[in-house]
Design a protein around this ligand. Structure first.
Ligand SMILES: Nc1ncnc2c1ncn2[C@@H]1O[C@H](COP(=O)(O)OP(=O)(O)OP(=O)(O)O)[C@@H](O)[C@H]1O
Ligand SMILES: [Mg+2]
Length: 414
């Protein structure tokens, strides 16, 4: 069963328009039906042609487009589909007709080389707002076969984002159809599931991922963080915490900037940030060496073999990572995806499952002054102001790297 908007996607090729843009809420049924319609259009109108299927990375395109396509019974019954993981090509044929679909990743270097030399009859760009503009322009420029069409979908970003300004706000000038999706446009979601997704987001995240609006964050990023409910005292600390929880230490590295370690416990239900180490070399007027920092990390961790744990480190701190590894410390490089990390930390705070001990004063202070960069937003880029972000960075690395997706309600989201 399809919703009205999804049917519009299937009928869209007959409108004669050049481009289709579907934007809006998460899980709203954009990617799945767009991919299906794209294949049916390509197979119905072309033979021996090349097409582009692109995600943010090749991996995400395989996950979000290729795998779901290969599992659609209707396609399997009517077409012969073969995907090669080594060449990243999907070959779809029916009788004597055959077309080739190349999988690209907007953020993958190798995709740039590949797309430059190819002639396409159409391209589907999944999550287009996450791709570099140069890649998108290159992909469109390769569509030189007559009657080629451009298929775009994305979740919203800041209003000044180039894709919003040039494509969505000027859809008519570009001969494009714009369809806006909400979760109600996905008939497979029950009311309970929609309500659960709605409860995961607040503020700017709610406006973007639930309402599907292009809005900029304003002021404090974690405005859902509250001293009353996200901060705990010794008395409120669960008994036996270190024994019944998985421990990590997360580290933001700084030579001129502060060095921060957070001692974090996950009891399976809530995450407890229990202690903080901080050395601000500017304030103290003395820089420490990697070796001194490593000594202090080992002291911070303690020597009890029962409580030794993985250390998540700022991925850019190559020399410090080496120093820790040399000492036999188990190091995991932090995942530094900023928008994902911020969205996830925000979800954990608003669900009251991320708790901070009241002695972590540096982190608590920085959470209050961690703000969106409104100048960057005006240039179409969403990011935090890069000062006093050391504790929040360490927290982000932890959430992105150590927690499974279901903990922040995202098992299927992106
Ligand atoms: N009409 C439908 N019938 C059955 N399942 C559907 C239908 N439409 C969508 N789905 C399923 O709902 C889920 C979400 O759909 P899809 O991935 O297309 O959403 P999306 O809008 O691209 O989400 P996101 O913005 O998070 O990428 C997928 O598992 C998809 O297979
Ligand atoms: Mg999608």
């Amino acid at each position: 069963m399809l919703s009205k908007k999804q049917t519009d996607i299937l009928h869209w090729p007959y409108t004669g328009r050049t481009a289709l843009i579907c934007d809006g809420a998460v899980r709203s049924g954009k990617t799945s039906i767009m991919s299906l319609s794209f294949i049916l259009w390509a197979m119905g109108n072309f033979n021996n042609c090349n097409f582009g299927l692109s995600g943010k990375t090749v991996g995400s395109a395989e996950r979000n487009i290729i795998q779901p396509l290969l599992s659609i019974t209707y396609l399997r019954q009517n077409f012969n589909m073969v995907y090669s993981r080594s060449t990243h090509q999907l070959i779809v044929s029916r009788g004597k007709k055959q077309n080739r679909f190349y999988v690209f990743g907007g953020k993958d270097e190798s995709s740039y080389m590949l797309i430059q030399g190819i002639t396409l009859a159409g391209v589907l760009l999944d999550e287009v707002a996450l791709m570099p503009r140069s890649f998108v322009e290159q992909a469109l420029a390769r569509c030189s076969v007559s009657n080629a069409k451009f298929w775009f979908n994305c979740n919203p970003d800041v209003p000044e984002h180039w894709f919003n300004k040039e494509w969505i706000l000027h859809a008519a000038d570009k001969d494009a159809t714009h369809l806006h999706f909400t979760m109600e446009d996905n008939p497979s979601l029950s009311k309970e599931t929609i309500d659960r997704y709605k409860s995961l987001y607040t503020g700017v995240f709610y406006q973007r991922y639930i309402l599907g609006l292009w809005v900029a964050g304003d002021g404090v990023i974690y405005d859902m963080f509250s001293r009353d409910v996200n901060v705990y005292t010794d008395e409120q600390r669960p008994q036996g915490l270190p024994y019944l929880a998985v421990r990590h230490i997360s580290c933001d590295y700084g030579t001129a900037n502060p060095q921060v370690y957070l001692d974090i416990y996950d009891d399976g239900e809530r995450v407890w940030v229990d202690r903080e180490y901080r050395w601000d070399s500017r304030k103290e007027r003395r820089q420490k060496t990697d070796s001194e920092y490593a000594d202090e990390l080992q002291t911070f961790m303690g020597a009890d073999p029962q409580f030794l744990c993985p250390v998540i480190v700022d991925p850019s701190a190559a020399s410090f990572i080496l120093e820790l590894q040399r000492r036999g410390v188990y190091v995991t490089q932090g995942d530094n995806n900023v928008p994902d990390g911020i969205r996830r930390v925000a979800q954990l705070f608003s669900r009251r499952v991320l708790m901070i001990h009241d002695t972590c004063e540096g982190l608590i202070g920085e959470l209050g002054s961690y703000v969106w960069d409104d100048k960057a937003a005006k240039m179409g880029v969403e990011k935090p102001v890069k000062t006093m972000d050391h504790g929040p960075d360490a927290l982000r690395y932890y959430v992105n790297t150590a927690l499974p997706k279901w903990r922040y309600g995202e098992e299927n989201v992106i």
